[in-house]
Design a protein around this ligand. Structure first.
Ligand code: AMP
Ligand code: ZN
Length: 474
């Protein structure tokens, strides 16, 4: 597979260190608030990458941190401890906030068919490990103490700005990150590994360390959690493009200083979801969540589909109109797949299967071209192959796309007399599908229960000679 590598600024053949295995690290969320759909764009595209690597037969181990220690995040623009701010906002403790928003994050991910990584590590559970690595950096002369904090000394590196092309604006953010206007730093780019000085009197989470009671810097989390779980040689590191500097730059600085050799070979960065007023961020502008999409009647998987229609290395503009266009084409796609379920008999047409399968892998092999992958779905539908072949291909591709295409098409086919099912919420269609299965198994009690659930959502379900009809009540 050809993958764009932010380190080399070009597409490269993806070759893992160990044949057949991939170590993959993802920067997880800062759990002080709900994830917005911009954050989730990054996680959706990283999920497609993981699914595709698995699809090609690689054995992927993926690790993610949860940032539950207070920091400036990649939003970087308020200079506040976001966890503490979140706790104050909701009159809860930092750990309560962290638990609530970690659960909310994974609930959103589940709705978007984003697989939970194999290992998920909250930063607060790794404090000893951070202290161990920071101590080693001190011993090796890469870190120094000043004004009570421990800093990484970037002047000790041959090259610090490894990703190269940063604008003045990006570098400004980097300078602000850490401790604002911090006169203790030896060099402008130095960053904090361990804080003992908090600007908050009521800083909640603090730990003993050889340098005094305090808390770790943000960047050290990812280096330590990755190295501990994935070893000294990392294949692939993912994150949103705003994380390239300073976060990933600092991760590389400290990991390679600690290890004494190159750490990670491939860097995968997802570009931003923007609104008309710029990058979607939690601290400014429109902040849209999965729950809000649902409240407005959008199926979360339509948002996933919307993301797949664009390349991950291009910024994507979100507007309701753009999302509505995605709803229309998604429903049309499902409507085209639905009739295939009527006649699944017949042998797989091997030649057509192989031809179309290759079109799909060619698209994804080309730097994860998901938009082209979706186009191949239409090629499948247009093909002269029989329904069995088409369904088999769509089921295969959906292992990567994660859009529940077959399930949704079956639900649609199950309720033909209900008129235009495009107007019926996916949740209702799914319950109808479960009810159909229950009836088939003669579990009428469950079938009735499901009918009641459907009624509670404002729909009634009727058996007619043409099949099952679903209609809005009233
Ligand atoms: P955070 O919770 O702020 O640490 O961010 C979680 C992830 O979302 C990181 O990988 C960020 O780079 C990414 N991210 C933040 N804002 C956006 C955005 N508007 N579009 C895409 N990804 C984003
Ligand atoms: Zn990280």
């Amino acid at each position: 597979m050809q993958l764009y590598n932010s380190l080399s600024h070009k597409k490269e053949e993806f070759i893992p260190n160990e044949a057949g295995k991939v170590s993959m690290y993802t920067c997880g969320p800062t759990v002080y608030h709900f994830a917005h759909i911009g954050n989730l764009r990054s996680y959706i595209m990283e999920d497609v990458l993981e699914k595709y690597l698995r699809f090609t037969g690689l054995d992927v181990k993926r690790v993610m941190n949860i940032t539950d220690v207070g920091h400036l995040t990649s939003d970087g623009d308020t200079g506040d401890d976001k966890m503490l701010k979140g706790a104050k906002r909701e009159h809860k403790t930092v750990m309560e906030i962290a638990k609530f928003y970690t659960d909310a994050f994974f609930a959103d991910c589940a709705k978007l068919n984003i697989k939970t990584p194999d290992v998920v590590v909250p930063a607060t559970t790794y404090i000893d490990e951070f202290i161990r690595v920071i101590s080693s950096l001190m011993d090796k002369g890469y870190a120094y103490e000043a004004g009570g904090n421990i800093y990484f000394d970037t002047s000790k590196l041959e090259k610090y700005y490894v990703f190269g092309d940063f604008s003045e604006e990006d570098l400004e953010v980097g300078v602000r990150e850490g401790v604002e206007e911090d006169g203790n730093k030896r060099n402008k780019a130095d960053f904090v590994l361990w804080f003992t000085k908090s600007k908050f009197d009521d800083q909640e989470l603090k730990w003993e360390s050889p340098w005094g009671v305090g808390y770790p810097g943000w960047h050290i989390e990812c280096s330590c959690i990755s190295m501990k779980n994935l070893g000294e040689y990392l294949d692939l590191h993912c994150g949103g493009i705003d994380n390239a500097f300073p976060h990933h730059t600092n991760e590389i600085a400290q990991s390679e200083a600690y290890l004494g050799h190159k750490w990670c070979n491939y860097w995968f960065h997802v570009h931003h979801l923007n609104t008309n007023s710029g990058k979607m961020s939690k601290s400014k502008g429109e902040f849209l969540t999965v729950s809000l999409l649902e409240e407005k009647g959008y199926d979360p998987l339509v948002y996933r589909y919307f993301c797949l229609l664009s390349h991950y290395r291009k910024s994507l503009v979100f507007s309701w109109e753009n999302l509505d266009n995605a709803v229309t084409t998604f429903n049309k796609l499902i409507a085209k797949i639905a009739p295939l379920n009527q006649d699944k008999s017949g042998e797989i047409d091997k030649a057509e299967y192989d031809r179309l399968y290759k079109l799909f892998t060619d698209a994804l092999d080309n730097d994860l071209n998901t938009a082209m992958g979706i186009t191949v779905l239409y090629d499948v539908l247009k093909s002269k192959a029989n329904a069995a072949t088409k369904l088999a291909l769509i089921a295969e591709f959906d292992k990567v796309l994660g859009l529940d295409l077959i399930k949704k098409a079956e639900a649609k086919a199950a309720a033909p007399a209900g008129g235009n099912n495009a107007d019926i919420p996916a949740e209702v269609l799914e319950l109808a599908e479960q009810r159909k299965a229950a009836r088939k198994e003669k579990n009428f009690a469950l079938a009735d229960e499901l009918r009641d659930k459907i009624a509670a959502l404002g729909y009634e379900i009727k058996e007619t000679r043409q099949g099952t009809a679903i209609n809005k009540i009233g």
